[in-house]
Ligand binder design. Structure first.
Ligand code: SAH
Ligand code: SF4
Ligand code: F3S
Length: 483
């Protein structure tokens, strides 16, 4: 394992493919430079930032945790809502001051705002040196080198439609080496009318199954116990290197990896939640009992205007089928309020759907018009004040449901994967297979272990528990404890 270390630097655990361990990148003059990366947006962007950091570390640079210490400033932007975009501009405003004091700093802007705005960012923001789209993350070291060598400021935002190799990741885990994300596909062809993703991330492209299987195998050999498969619409996965090899086949292949204890995926689209995928739950051991399945609205009229491709009834039927198979499966979702034309009855339909499904948790947003999307040209009929009122009403309902669902777990014994603790090693935090956070006390040295924890208290966003007396680490014992 290779780590970028040193005083004031952030530790990044990178597990490069074996063949790359001793490879020089060919980028000279970068050794010893310090870089700072700030990431906005989704897990895909987090993963891209890890890849950018990995590339720069391979070129001999060191990651630091403060922009003031850095020679290279990378901003990985998100454009999903106006607020996300504004955050990036405000950070770049602060970087303008830094650059004013030290003109040799290279400021590189990547991610979805970079893709959306392209060269115009260079025109509007004189402090920006390089603009690069999400399809060019792995070239970051060369971009920085080109600019430092005296090249002009430039933007690289072409989108790839055929090559899938650029999605290959070196296999990067969290710094503790316990959990990792594996990107299996990128882009989206769904064109929901409110969403900028198909425009900024491009068309759906799946990675060859053999390369992502290899990446996951390498990670588990290095000690990773939990893998989350990533993509804008993972259940549309379609292997380019094996005919008919779809997402359920991929889940089955990965579940057979020795050492893999937990397998998760995000995000899936309700219309692509097939019978075959539902049947994976409860039959593939590592596949965790949790699905994030964005509903967006509980009104058929609004769902049609959003171009979601399913009705509320169809969604509810899929949830029922899932619960028939795995009664305790956790279901989380995303919801938008104030879509153009959303009447109060439509909003009531959303609340009703929430009462029927009883999501374990929910991300909720006010509609925000985005460039290039169809919904941006629709007349906004819901005022900001009313959007906020609906958002609060929806969130209050969800808070009650989350609390009730977590309280219902009191008295149960759940398997917890211990992720970390307080410095003194007394307070521990882990997650259940249903992705709920559990806090508990225990002796030192529990990190990375699987424990049975008795749930004592269900809170709104987490659970409190105590290590069960009968708890053992199943890795040390073949006996798997159940209730
Ligand atoms: N690929 C995922 C989610 C992508 S974006 C999916 O298909 O569900 C994450 C969430 O942001 C979306 O689920 C949606 O709830 C929200 N979102 C996307 N565009 C939005 C917009 N223009 N305004 C408000 N919320 C939006
Ligand atoms: Fe956006 Fe819809 Fe694609 Fe999700 S499925 S990324 S919401 S277009
Ligand atoms: Fe944002 Fe782009 Fe992700 S718009 S949510 S960073 S795909």
């Amino acid at each position: 394992m290779q780590t970028a270390g040193g005083p004031g630097t952030i530790e990044v655990a990178v597990c490069p493919p074996r063949k790359e361990r001793s490879t020089e990148t060919g980028v000279d003059g970068m050794k010893g430079l310090r870089f700072y990366i700030e990431t906005f947006g989704c897990q895909m962007n987090e993963q891209d930032s890890l890849r950018a950091g990995y590339q720069l570390a391979r070129a001999g640079c060191l990651q630091v945790d403060s922009p003031a210490e850095a020679d290279i400033l990378v901003v990985n932007t998100c454009s999903i809502r106006r607020k996300a975009e504004e955050k990036a501009y405000s950070l770049l405003g602060r970087f303008r001051n830094l650059k004013g004091r030290r003109p040799d700093i290279v400021v590189a802007v990547g991610g979805c705002v970079a893709q959306q705005e392209g060269e115009s960012l260079l025109e509007r923001l004189p402090q920006v040196d390089v603009v690069f789209g999400p399809h060019h993350v792995s070239e970051i070291d060369r971009f920085v080198e080109r600019r430092r060598a005296g090249g002009e400021r430039f933007a690289v935002v072409s989108q790839k439609t055929d090559s899938v190799d650029d999605l290959e990741c070196p296999g990067i885990s969290d710094p503790k080496g316990l959990k990792a994300f594996v990107t299996i596909m990128e882009g989206c062809d769904n064109f929901c009318s409110y969403c900028v993703v198909p425009f900024v991330r491009g068309r759906e492209r799946s990675r060859p199954y053999h390369s992502l299987l290899e990446e996951a195998r390498r990670l588990t050999e290095q000690g990773v116990r939990e893998v989350t498969l990533l993509g804008q619409n993972v259940n549309a996965y379609c292997a380019p290197d094996r005919q008919g090899f779809r997402f359920p086949d991929l889940l089955a292949a990965l579940s057979a990896l020795p050492g893999l204890r937990r397998l998760r995926f995000t995000t899936s689209h309700p219309k692509d939640l097939s019978r075959a995928l539902i049947e994976c739950f409860g039959s593939l051991g590592p596949l965790c009992e949790h699905i994030h399945l964005p509903l967006q609205s509980g009104s058929d009229r609004v769902l049609a205007a959003m171009n979601r491709g399913y009705t509320r009834t169809a969604y509810l039927e899929k949830i029922s089928a899932l619960r028939e198979r795995v009664p305790d499966v956790a279901v989380t979702s995303d919801m938008i309020v104030g879509f153009p034309g959303e009447e109060i009855e439509d909003f009531e339909g959303t609340l009703e759907a929430m009462r029927i499904v009883r999501f374990d948790s929910l991300y909720s947003f006010k509609f925000s018009p985005r460039p290039s999307t169809r919904a941006a040209s629709l007349e906004e009929t819901v005022s900001e004040v009313e959007k906020l009122r609906r958002l609060h009403e929806l969130q209050d309902l969800q808070k009650r449901i989350s609390l009730e669902k977590n309280r219902a777990l009191e008295g149960k014994f759940l398997e917890v994967f211990v992720e970390g603790g307080s410095r003194d090693g007394e307070q521990w935090m882990g997650r259940t297979r249903t992705n709920k956070i559990v806090n508990f006390t225990g002796p030192a040295g529990l990190e990375g272990r699987f424990l049975q924890v008795a749930i004592r208290e269900g809170c709104q966003n987490s659970l409190r528990g105590a290590i069960a007396e009968r708890s053992v680490n199943p890795e040390e014992s073949p006996t798997r404890l159940s209730e």
